[in-house]
Unconditional design. Structure first.
Length: 134
């Protein structure tokens, strides 16, 4: 499967800048949740769908800018998702971290030459293939 667009299903906006969150079918056929940034930032949003739900429960007002832009900082208003947070803890027995960096791996820089993020690597590979065909 080399056509990355055919393996993505955007399902929500992550900020006012045109960024989205999407389901991605990776090379191994596993469904993952990823960020598609309007300015080129692409990354996984946790290792599991439950990680993504926990990420939402932290309470960032703008997932694209606040959460991914400064994952090592606490959200400005940590009580934004209090009812959702309680429901998630009660129904799934999970903990909700204080900041995104506790769930996310290292967020790849837009200009990075390499990253451990599998979605970043997949996008870069597709871009290189596209550019070599041009």
């Amino acid at each position: 499967m080399s056509n990355i667009e055919g393996r993505l299903v955007p399902f929500a906006r992550t900020g006012g800048d045109g960024s989205h969150v999407a389901f991605w079918l990776d090379d191994g056929g596993r469904r993952q949740i990823v960020h598609l940034g309007s300015e080129g930032l692409v990354c996984l949003l946790g290792q599991t769908p439950l990680d993504f739900l926990r990420l939402l429960a932290i309470g960032y007002e703008d997932s694209s800018e606040d959460c991914l832009g400064a994952p090592g900082e606490r959200p400005a208003d940590g009580g934004v998702n209090a009812a959702y947070r309680s429901w998630l803890i009660e129904h799934y027995g999970v903990t909700i971290p204080a900041m995104a960096s506790e769930i996310l791996g290292e967020i790849p820089d837009v200009l990075a030459e390499a990253s451990d993020d599998p979605f970043w690597r997949c996008v870069r590979k597709a871009q290189k293939e596209r550019d070599s065909e041009a």
